[in-house]
Write a protein that binds this ligand. Sequence first.
Ligand SMILES: [Mn+2]
Length: 357
Amino acid sequence: MRLYTRMMAVALMLALLTGAALAEGASEPSRLAQGYRDLILATDYGDDVTYVIGHRHPDSDTVGAAIAYANFLNELGVKAEAVVAGPVNNETKYALETFVVAIPPVMENAEGKQFVLVDHSAYTHAIDDMPLARVVGVLDHHGIGSVQNTDFINVRSAPIGSTATLVYLAYRECEVPISQEMAKVMLMSILSDTRNATSNTTEMDRIAYEELAEISGIGDVDALYQGMQDAAANYDGMSDIDIFLTDYKEYTVGGVSFGASDIKASGEEAMADMCDRMLAAMEENYESIGLDMLFAKVSNISGNADENQAYMVAYPESARMLLDACFGNYDGKYFVFKENMSRKKVLIPALTAELEK
Ligand SMILES: [Mn+2]
């Protein structure tokens, strides 16, 4: 018996030393957790599959939140599957391949299908025929968008760093155990959307980050993030317009339509080069994209704090003038930012405020 106890102690110590995963086991939910489960299950999901999908031009938050929320619904007995609105980017591909987690299939038609939307709630950010689908749930951190149907939608929207943090919260509230695999996937999302907890990070994001890092068994989270960053800045083999459309969103404010892209480059020279290419790509594809204004922000991932952290270019001249009215930091060629500002938190609100004047 003493030998057994000692063996257990040694095993526990080894587990701690090697940073082994602390995947959670299932137990009966508390009364409060059952109440939270009932809230989720109050939706009539029917017998068909509920697809969990993120926004177009998918990023790591949108993909990770879809995978983890589909798994969460499965754990509650709902038939759900994660899908993506287009091919995943290099950053997401790198992380999922590292975790050996399958990339969800691309969904092209929404008509007649049933969805939970994650990381978006506006039809402009959803796949084309989403207005012809039944939306039963929304988890988002971009405010409340245009998505509506006649049925009751279970919505959770909060000004938080990552949608995956809301998914994490759902697991916790409902006391659904978080597997090592799901911890990795949600951590990927939080790392990406909060830039490794350096931007737009709420206390809830930090709690999720820390607990998921522990459960995931990933020892060196910073190294994982660096790998994701390097993969994100790798546009090898892509045309300039494909690069422009990798992390790209469209908006309409006061009758003016515009698209905004977020691109990564390492160092000021690479940023300037990328800005030149994006400006040419925007000009060349302006007619086919068909919006009034196009913006490209190139973020610096060099980690060098002495350098400027973002450059921007805009097309056509009306867009350049609008950006100038917002920030006034045009150097004759590029808009230059000391801090890398968030598209969601800074750029879009600034453009919106100026357009509404
Ligand atoms: Mn997001």
